[in-house]
Design a protein around this ligand. Structure first.
Ligand code: IMP
Ligand code: MG
Length: 180
């Protein structure tokens, strides 16, 4: 596969991502066997991961999405404040809910979402993330399922963007620092 100019190197190939998503889907199936699961995706980054995960699961799943505004795709400095820009379509009361993230980085977004969703009375609330960058964590969040731990580099692909580009890359790649 030819990589776009902006990508310095591949961290995980499309095949590695697909294989790991299958493994994590098995773990999730195991945990929620006999129940119905609601996957909540955070737009737009988690869309690719969420759909792959949903296809791999055998427990019955419902899906819903929310969007937040917080992060300026052009810099990692503009983090902190988060607000819900598009809310879920449906209530989550008494449901088993899994929040599906593209990446847990500082943890600020995830913590905000957990607090907000917990207030709506789900039966259970878990976190599943494609990527986990614990090196940059500011607040601790309980990640229940994760596909990959990654180093402290800005990455794109599998839903993650740089200025809204590269989400559709099948692999996870490290951005060329000159393009950041
Ligand atoms: P947080 O720092 O854990 O709150 O992460 C907030 C959001 O920043 C994530 O959901 C991503 O959308 C975005 N983000 C963090 N790190 C990266 C990255 O390396 N590439 C692309 N987006 C990122
Ligand atoms: Mg982004």
């Amino acid at each position: 596969m030819t990589l776009p100019d902006g990508i310095e190197r591949v961290l995980f190939t499309e095949e590695q991502v697909a294989a790991r998503v299958m493994e994590v889907a098995l773990e999730i199936d195991e945990k929620y066997r006999g129940r119905e699961l609601k996957l909540i995706g955070v737009l737009k980054g988690s869309v690719f991961f969420l759909t792959a995960l949903a296809r791999a699961l055998t427990v019955p799943v419902k899906i819903d999405f929310l969007a937040i505004s917080s992060f300026d795709g052009s810099s990692r400095a503009a983090q902190g404040m988060v607000r819900i820009a598009k809310d879920l379509d449906d209530p989550i009361q008494d449901e088993d809910v899994l929040l599906v993230e593209d990446i847990v980085d500082t943890g600020l977004t995830t913590r905000y979402l957990l607090q907000t969703l917990a207030g709506r009375g789900p039966r259970s609330l878990g976190i599943c993330t494609l990527l986990d960058r614990t090196a940059r964590r500011i607040v601790q969040v309980p990640v229940d399922f994760r596909c990959f731990e990654i180093p402290d580099r800005f990455v794109v692909g599998c839903g993650l963007d740089y200025k809204q580009l590269y989400r559709n890359l099948g692999c996870v790649g490290v951005m060329n620092p000159e393009k950041q």
